[in-house]
Ligand binder design. Structure first.
Ligand SMILES: C[S@@+](CC[C@H](N)C(=O)[O-])C[C@H]1O[C@@H](n2cnc3c(N)ncnc32)[C@H](O)[C@@H]1O
Length: 243
């Protein structure tokens, strides 16, 4: 798929994500081939619906939300579910009833201890505290993939601090840092495997300005990961060179 298609699908689903991030996430998920996806902070299901429309369908989804945003009156001038039934109907309608999913209407802190272990893929789109975040990571399978949204300073500073802490403890390894989304893996060998396959696919097929970081930081540990370059800057720089 090309970037324009992600731009178009974002318009349709109103997902709170950058099309470039959607494109890279799509490639990583294709390489990872999720057997299940748990999304913590599902909102309207826009991210799951977007993945479906861009060719990712895991056999099973668990959509977790406590509807706290709804209770606070958030609508963001687009569809926002009032309750579980509303969310179920919307996801079904948008995916032609083709997704197998369960909705967990709960605060993640009440659910985390009874949540199953060895989960294959988790996406976090809310702001867990340090303890909750750690528990979520512990629930991931050894070759599990963790996607975390809003890893930018003016949106998710807590998430960044927590992720760096877990990285330093060797609990997770960065695979890719996008404009807003990020991908983390628990097992270093599996991270290297995904890094090579996903990164090569992106490099071979898309000109989206990836930057690679593979130098160990002070030789303490390897920080091999790739990032998406800030595209507006690249575009402006291109225009500057042409003028
Ligand atoms: C940023 S929105 C989700 C957007 C959606 N994932 C998307 O991509 O369009 C965050 C969601 O997390 C939910 N949420 C916030 N705190 C939560 C908690 N402690 N447990 C479960 N859900 C929570 C909110 O109700 C809200 O729907």
């Amino acid at each position: 798929m090309i970037l324009e298609q992600f731009v178009e699908i974002k318009e349709q689903t109103q997902v709170m994500a950058d099309p470039l991030d959607l494109l890279v996430t799509n490639i990583i998920l294709k390489e990872h081939a999720p057997t299940e996806i748990y999304e913590i902070g599902t909102g309207s299901g826009a991210w799951v619906i977007t993945q479906f429309k861009t060719g990712i369908t895991a056999p099973e989804y668990v959509l977790i939300d406590d509807f706290s945003w709804t209770a606070k009156g958030w609508s963001g001038n687009r569809f926002w579910p009032q309750d579980e039934l509303d969310l179920r109907n919307y996801v079904d309608e948008q995916t032609n009833h083709k997704l197998s999913f369960k909705i967990v209407n709960s605060d993640i802190y009440d659910y985390i201890d009874i949540m199953k272990s060895n989960i294959n893929t988790v996406r976090i789109d809310m702001d867990p505290d340090h303890n909750g975040f750690e528990k979520i990571i512990d629930k991931l399978d050894d070759t599990g993939l963790l996607l975390v949204d809003d890893v930018v300073f003016n949106m998710g500073l807590n998430r960044i601090v927590n992720l760096i802490d877990f990285k330093r403890q060797g609990k997770i390894y960065p695979l890719w840092i996008g404009l807003k989304e990020s991908a983390w893996v628990k097992n270093k060998d599996y991270r290297d495997q995904l890094y090579v396959s996903a990164c090569n696919t992106i490099k071979e097929n898309y000109d989206i300005g990836l930057t690679e970081y593979d130098e160990p930081y002070l030789n303490i540990d390897t920080w091999k990961y790739f990032t998406t370059r800030y595209h507006n800057f690249s575009e402006k720089f291109q225009n500057l060179k042409q003028s």
